[in-house]
Design a protein around this ligand. Structure first.
Ligand SMILES: [Zn+2]
Length: 392
């Protein structure tokens, strides 16, 4: 298709997970026109990660020393171990800030199709960690499906768990029928009197949903649809001059919806596993359209967690909005399947774990843009306004 080096780059990028031929082409041409400095930094980062990053001898997570940051942190509870498939699952669970124990990274999932059996994973290492009896609780947070389907894009998907026998929610549940079922949020991992058991599959209990929850679910679905419609229209360029106020309004409204989910008890579905929905709709195109629309105002500074740190990071409005859309769409798919409890569970958990914070910080940035646009004026305009005011 293209000549030599460009095509080589496209081919290499296309081999990365989640990068299709179109994206590979887009990234390659981005690199082609990017500043020399930026490209060098990218190349160096790739080199450095291969040269300096290794795997923790205890848990198998990525580490820059013999032990990873979590294993070497004395404040982390050594008696609780959460078993995950990949280092990225550790990141996803860490982002929820609810688990204070340690991890064990298996390095993949058992997949008969790909010929990956128990011997290929770090299971022997796990058993030897458990051998001395100092670990009181093991939480299995691997993908419940035998061959691991693609995960939804938000962190909550990776923190679903089979849980231990004792890992039962102590919070109030919406109905009797579901009160014995573990919640699927990592908060239950904090249960202490844990005797450990291996994963077992429970039969689902027929669900009866409280009428108030049913109503809340329907209203949430409508709000989610409204948000998606507004974002899609804005991304298409329907209101180029009022994109900022329109998105500000949409974010404010979806945050009201989220706050309602945050005000009710944990929604606990009867089934232990989230039903498989297959892969979610890709929001990458949407994100790119928004990024283009917000050129120049997309990047902003964000406080990572205002309660625990003053540390700042960078965020993009386009990324935030696309992530919120992805989370809302995932819940809408359960809703479309007639599975209201699953939809509510997902919307609530993902609001608490991911999209609530994204929406709140994006709203703060949007408000700031709106303020600057409306209030910042050049001196001449200000002088004219003063003159008018004085001589009217
Ligand atoms: Zn470690």
């Amino acid at each position: 298709m293209y000549e030599g080096a460009v095509q080589d780059l496209i081919d290499e990028l296309g081999r990365l997970p989640g990068v299709g031929p179109k994206s590979a082409q887009r990234i390659a041409f981005h690199i082609l026109v990017a500043d020399e400095e930026d490209v060098t930094r990218l190349a160096q980062a790739i080199d450095k990660v291969k040269a300096t990053v290794r795997f923790c001898i205890t848990c198998g997570n990525v580490a820059e020393a013999e032990q990873c940051r979590i294993c070497s942190d004395p404040r982390r509870d050594p008696t609780a171990v959460c078993v995950v498939e990949e280092p990225k699952d550790v990141v996803a669970i860490e982002r929820t800030r609810e688990f204070r124990g340690r991890y064990h990274v298996l390095g993949g999932a058992i997949s008969p199709i790909e010929g990956i059996g128990p011997d290929d994973l770090r299971i022997t290492e796990l058993l030897s960690r458990l051998a001395d009896g100092s670990v009181g609780e093991v939480i299995i947070a691997t993908d419940p499906n035998l061959e691991g389907r693609p995960r939804p894009p938000t962190s909550a998907a990776s923190s679903r768990q089979w849980g231990c026998g004792s890992a039962v929610s102590r919070r109030d549940s919406p109905s009797e029928a579901t009160s014995n079922t573990p919640t699927r949020s990592p908060s239950v991992a904090l249960s202490k009197e844990g005797e450990c058991c291996m994963p077992e599959v429970r039969r689902s209990v027929p669900e009866e949903l409280d009428p108030d929850l049913q109503t809340l679910g329907e209203e949430t679905a409508l709000e989610a649809l409204a948000f998606l419609t507004v974002v899609r229209e804005v991304a298409k360029g329907a209101v180029p001059d009022s994109a900022v106020p329109v998105i500000t309004l949409a974010l404010s409204q979806i945050l009201v919806t989220g706050s309602r989910l945050g005000a009710i008890n944990d929604v606990v579905p009867a089934q232990r596993f989230e039903p498989d929905l297959g892969s979610d709709e890709d929001v990458e195109e949407l994100r790119l359209s928004l990024a283009e629309l917000f050129t120049g105002i997309d990047d902003y500074a964000e406080v990572i967690d205002p309660l625990t740190t003053t540390e700042l990071s960078r965020s993009q409005l386009s990324g935030d909005i696309a992530e919120i859309c992805a989370a809302l769409m995932h819940g809408l798919r359960h809703h479309a399947d007639g599975n209201m409890t699953e939809a509510l569970w997902w919307w609530q958990f993902s609001y608490l774990a991911t999209w609530g914070a994204r929406a709140a910080s994006a709203l703060r940035a949007m408000q700031s843009i709106l303020g600057h646009t409306r209030l910042d004026a050049d001196e001449e305009t200000v002088a004219e306004a003063q003159f008018d005011a004085l001589h009217r």
